[in-house]
Ligand binder design. Structure first.
Ligand code: 13P
Ligand code: SF4
Length: 326
């Protein structure tokens, strides 16, 4: 067939004369498909998506859509979340290898052993984890609603937070909690350099630093605003300031620049001279793979039904408990 299991996407040459945007438009109408994209996708994918958002916005859209097919232009845990919410719909991911270092850092069997070492704890898991890890959790959160959800639990309730130790530590600092943290990091946010950020702030005095809570503590200490991708975008859109330093995956700059063409957005520098502020997982998706995925309705997300049912419970709890969070 079209998909080589080791490759993870439809491996077929695309006719270079095709207008892929037109073809994707035609196919999505024909098939009643919706394209949901995260901000970390390349600009051409963002520009043709039906909806672009952060993890919470994407989960909400996935829960509400009446499309027959969901094409997820994002990473595996996001598409899996859409499938958990929509077992009867076809959920497609242009490249099945689009993973996440946080999800990879928390294998379900190791997480079960960790939980057993901390009996009596409520488990809050960041949405960046596998369905099998979600199935072992009490509440799922995203960076948009994590603080709200942690604060909604009684102050003396012991909590395990997984898998992002930076987000967990930031939540502990914000709320005065002492949650037990799983030791995972995002390879992209972990690489921002505090030293270079400080130098950049000196070059652009007055430019606020907008940072994602997946960054580590020394970088977050330099931040004027900490929030999810959508919250960072909103902050910049609504601000009267002109110049902003942005410490998250640089794909978000595309929408920020479209919102505010007159403003200047400076990506925070990673530690080395690399392109490490581009997520290598997110960037596996390309417009060609998206086209082929929609055309052949593959690769498709599938999962064990028992895991799906168990993973649905903490996701629904998140959606209910954070209905008011924007
Ligand atoms: P949000 O878009 O929910 O802030 O998440 C960022 C991220 O790293 C997704 O993988
Ligand atoms: Fe995972 Fe980080 Fe990539 Fe987001 S940016 S998908 S958290 S590796």
């Amino acid at each position: 067939m079209l998909i080589d299991a080791d490759i993870g996407y439809v491996n077929e040459d695309v006719d270079p004369t095709l207008d892929l945007r037109d073809e994707i438009d035609r196919l999505r109408t024909e098939k009643n498909a919706v394209i949901l994209a995260h901000y970390y996708q390349e600009a051409p994918i963002q520009d043709l998506a039906d909806y672009i958002g952060d993890s919470l916005g994407l989960a909400r859209q996935a829960a509400e859509t009446d499309a027959d097919i969901i094409v997820f232009a994002g990473v595996h845990f996001m598409a899996e979340t859409a499938k958990i919410l929509n077992p009867s719909k076809k959920v497609l991911l242009p490249d099945l290898n689009a993973g996440c270092s946080l999800a990879d850092a928390c294998p379900a069997d190791e997480f079960a052993a960790f939980k057993a070492q901390h009996p009596g704890h409520t488990v809050i898991s960041y949405i960046n984890c596998s369905a099998a890890t979600k199935a072992q959790s009490d509440i799922i959160c995203t960076s948009s609603n994590a603080e709200h959800l942690v604060r909604s639990l009684p102050e003396d309730e012991p909590i395990i937070f997984a898998p992002d130790r930076n987000l967990g530590a930031w939540l502990n600092r914000q709320t005065g909690r002492n949650m037990v943290l799983w030791d995972g990091v995002c390879i992209v946010h972990q690489t921002f350099s505090e030293k270079k950020l400080v130098r950049l702030k000196m070059r652009y005095p007055g430019a606020p630093v907008l940072a994602h809570p997946e960054c580590d503590e020394p970088v977050l200490r330099q931040a004027d605003f900490v929030g999810s991708t959508s919250q960072i975008r909103k902050f910049a859109r609504e601000s009267d300031l002109e110049t902003f330093i942005v410490a998250t995956e640089e794909g978000i700059l595309h929408q920020m620049q479209k919102d505010s063409p007159g403003k200047t957005f400076i990506p925070a520098p990673p530690d080395s001279g690399c392109n490490c502020n581009q997520c290598p997982h997110m960037r596996l998706n390309t417009i060609e793979k998206l086209y082929l995925c929609l055309r052949h309705e593959a690769p498709e997300i599938t999962m064990d039904e028992d895991i799906r049912r168990r993973a649905l419970v903490p996701i629904e709890r998140m959606l209910e408990m954070s209905a008011a969070v924007v």
